[in-house]
Design a binder for this molecule. Structure first.
Ligand code: PLP
Length: 379
């Protein structure tokens, strides 16, 4: 039934027998830097590669500070915590996201509020956020408070889905008007930009992930970026056991975390950063091929959102019916094509269904029709 798209996908990847959804590419200085790192004996949480990797990411996204950590999930957790998220608070986010976004909120003790996505970006909808703020919240002593729960809305955590930038500039305005901290889950969007900057740099903190399936990888890893010097120091302190600098004493002034990215992972990351422009160009070409192939077909290709630049981490198609989505996934995977569903929206999972949410019309609609198709860099 889907032989034409399957053949086309196979052609894009040199007719391999098995085509993963997204596999890493190591075609640069990865082995060289890893060997240098091992030879130096500095493979753990101190070393030059961590500093160089942080600088490379900060330069690339145009941020004053970058703090490397063990993964994107903990980066989100620390970012939220450092901006005051705790059990007295709520955090606005989208329901259609990878579980890490909601989990990070939960780890702080705060309650997530799940709002709908925009149908073009698949990211948090400014219309949904505005509606929630107008109908469900009021400003009390300058703080945005949920009228039903009485809790403060501490932060808004949009996600740039599959690498497509969400309407983060509009969210920026809404957050400023309501005294809400904007934190971007840019885990999937390294290389994606909106008019006024790189995703992850429009809020107070932005978070990237370098898990093995992301645009670049450090094996496992994450990065927090911010322009706020004081906050950067706090983030660095919290993620390195909150140790007070001293040549021989071990004094810790709060209960911190051991989240610093090891030097050996950063060595891989630095080599990957050198490759990033090539990867992005390559992914843009694949996206163009998919777009042209699906044009005029009853399967709709999800376009790059207007006015933005996507990294095309994952290419998404929308099947005409839910039955066809299931059939596509079933047949593709039987034939070794690593197609995947989008994440089941958080409000439909038992673990998160009891939290406040809006009607979720678009999230459910998209979830019923969307399939991600193989999107690796092809070299
Ligand atoms: C990958 C990802 C993360 C973080 O993942 P880690 O595997 O912990 O690095 C967070 N949010 C989203 C949306 C992601 O896709």
């Amino acid at each position: 039934m889907f032989e034409k798209p399957f053949d086309f996908i196979r052609q894009q990847f040199g007719n391999q027998n098995s085509i993963p959804l997204h596999e890493p590419t190591f075609s640069g200085n990865e082995k060289k830097y890893l060997a240098e790192c091992i030879d130096s004996t500095f493979v753990s949480s101190v070393g030059v590669f961590v500093d160089k990797f942080e600088q490379a990411v900060a330069d690339f996204v145009g941020s004053n500070h970058a703090i490397a950590v063990v993964n994107g999930t903990q980066a989100l957790f620390v970012a939220l915590k450092s901006l005051g998220a705790d059990a007295s608070c709520e955090v606005l986010t989208q329901s259609l996201t990878f579980i890490a976004t909601a989990n990070a909120i939960h780890y702080t003790g705060a309650a997530p509020v799940f709002l709908d996505i925009d149908p073009h970006t698949l990211g948090l909808s400014p219309v949904a956020v505005k509606e929630f703020l107008q109908q469900q919240t009021e400003l009390r002593n300058g703080q945005c408070v949920n009228k039903i729960s009485g809790r403060t809305i501490a932060a808004c955590l949009p996600m740039h889905t599959c690498g497509h930038p969400c309407q983060v500039e509009e969210l920026q305005v809404l957050c400023a008007e309501n005294n809400i901290q904007l934190i971007e889950d840019a885990a999937e969007s390294l290389g994606s930009r909106v008019t006024t900057g790189h995703t992850g740099t429009l809020g107070k903190v932005g978070v990237f992930s370098f898990n093995g399936n992301k645009v670049i990888t450090t094996g496992g890893g994450g990065m927090m970026v911010t322009d706020d010097e004081e906050l950067a120091q706090k983030l660095r302190h919290l993620t390195t056991t909150a140790k007070v600098p001293h040549p021989w004493e071990f004094i810790h002034d709060e209960i911190g975390y051991n989240f610093r990215l090891p030097n050996i992972n950063a060595a891989l990351g630095l080599a990957q950063m050198e490759q990033l422009p090539l990867f992005l160009k390559n992914k843009q070409e694949l996206a163009k091929s998919y777009r042209e192939f699906f044009a005029g077909s009853e399967i709709r290709y999800l376009e790059e959102p207007a006015g933005s630049q996507s990294n095309f981490w994952l290419n998404t198609i929308l099947l005409p019916t839910e039955e066809q989505k299931e059939a596509f996934l079933d047949q593709a995977n039987q034939q070794g094509i690593g197609a995947r569903s989008l994440w089941r929206p958080m409000h439909l999972l038992n673990i998160y269904r009891h939290y406040q949410r809006d009607a979720q019309i678009t999230a459910e609609q998209i979830y019923r029709h969307a399939v991600n198709i193989p999107s690796s860099v092809r070299l």
